[in-house]
Write a protein that binds this ligand. Structure first.
Ligand SMILES: Nc1ncnc2c1ncn2[C@@H]1O[C@H](COP(=O)(O)OP(=O)(O)OP(=O)(O)O)[C@@H](O)[C@H]1O
Ligand SMILES: [Mg+2]
Length: 363
């Protein structure tokens, strides 16, 4: 089922929780709503579910406005952060609950519970009470309960946040696989960028109720539209260096007091016009910074500390007081305090307007 949000807003008194949100989700799509705590993710989800009434704007399911449709008539399956399984009922009855409410025939209930239980691999647990299940098993039972109604739309609000790291990784894969197999349009709320990046087809990044960017994960990473997205996506975050942008011999140069470099022609071509001769912020991801000897053309810095991460080493450097980070392949034996020269892969550079905070590169 296709879902469209049109100029959707929700105010709680003076608090603007969601502001003028436009979002289109294709039938069978898997979209993540990603953003920091309080940015309006849950409020958006609850409006789609029909639990909150929008202050303004429209929600459409398959082109039909559903603003006034009751939650029970929206054909939605929902999993909240707390699994909210009924503790006194066994898992079978928990999963069967939505069907029991609908007064579905007993035989049909048995058949459908068996089907989703097998899908979630919890067939052996149906007689147990929720308290006798692990967190991951409860999680799967809650998903089974959401799926048993055969919903047109699945809404998940931080369903993995109570799980340990290993289980979370396993469930990430399970949910992604399941979503693709069933083809149910799914909206998934998280403040964890790794979860959003690994699972969703498209990610809507929200900040303070405003949509910042709505793109596939790779595009968010490679072409962030503004400083918020650039800083939010990617760990460690993108480095930002204040530089002066100028033209010299038909080439575009970035220059600071102790360093200058030529921007690749391809980058220069993508630059929005009217910005030469200005201060800009040069964004460069840590994996696009190489650390070497001080040589002509390198960016001077000093090793502050190194953090071995196993497969790679995070080199925390300083330029004066300003931090800059590089991710390098081991081994890296340069001692703390050593002066080094950095080479930036400027074909991967980002440029931002420090005033509007928007990217100056059009993709
Ligand atoms: N019932 C309510 N009454 C008043 N303000 C509310 C209510 N629900 C949410 N808010 C406010 O609306 C904003 C968005 O809240 P929301 O719960 O949607 O955030 P969120 O993105 O889900 O955050 P989190 O990641 O912490 O769950 C917050 O500023 C919050 O304080
Ligand atoms: Mg929330």
């Amino acid at each position: 089922m296709k879902v469209v949000l049109e100029k959707l807003s929700k105010y709680f008194g003076k608090v603007v929780a969601v502001n003028d949100l436009d979002l289109g989700i294709e039938s069978g799509g898997f979209v993540a709503l990603l953003g920091p705590s309080g940015c309006g993710k849950t409020t958006t989800l609850l409006m789609i579910a029909g639990i909150y009434k929008p202050t303004a704007g429209y929600i459409r399911f398959s082109d039909r406005v559903v603003n006034d449709l009751l939650p029970k008539d929206r054909k939605i399956g929902m999993v909240f952060q707390s699994y909210a399984l009924y503790p006194h009922m066994n898992i079978f009855d928990n999963i069967a609950f939505p069907l029991t409410l609908q007064k579905t025939a007993k035989g049909e209930i048995k058949r459908r519970v068996a089907q989703v239980a097998s899908l979630m691999r919890i067939e052996e647990l149906l007689e147990r009470k929720p308290g006798q299940l692990s967190g991951g098993q409860q999680q799967r039972a809650a998903l089974a309960r959401a799926l048993v109604k055969e919903p047109d739309l699945l809404l998940l609000d931080e369903p993995l946040s109570n799980l340990d790291a290993k289980l979370r990784m396993a469930m990430r894969a399970e949910i992604k696989r399941l979503q693709k197999e069933l083809g149910i349009t799914t909206i998934f709320v998280t403040h964890d960028q790794v979860e959003a990046m690994t699972m969703a087809d498209r990610i809507a990044v929200l900040d303070a109720g405003h949509l910042q960017q709505f793109s596939p994960p790779s595009e968010l990473y490679d072409h962030p539209r503004n400083l918020f997205v650039a800083g939010f996506i990617g760990t460690p975050p993108m480095n930002l260096l204040p530089v002066h942008l100028e033209e010299s011999d038909g080439c575009l140069m970035v220059r600071s007091e102790d360093w200058q470099a030529k921007l690749p022609a391809e980058t220069a071509r993508r630059l929005t016009p009217v910005i030469k001769g200005r201060e800009v912020l040069l964004g460069i991801r840590p994996e696009d910074v190489a650390v070497g000897a001080v040589e002509e053309g390198t960016l001077p810095a000093e090793v502050y500390v190194t953090e071995p991460l196993g497969r790679e080493i995070l080199v925390d450097l300083r330029r004066g007081k300003d931090p800059i980070r590089a991710l390098v392949a081991p081994p890296f034996a340069t001692p703390m305090g050593q002066a080094v020269g950095l080479r930036l892969d400027l074909s991967k550079a980002h440029l931002f307007d420090p005033q509007t905070e928007k990217s100056l590169l059009v993709s």
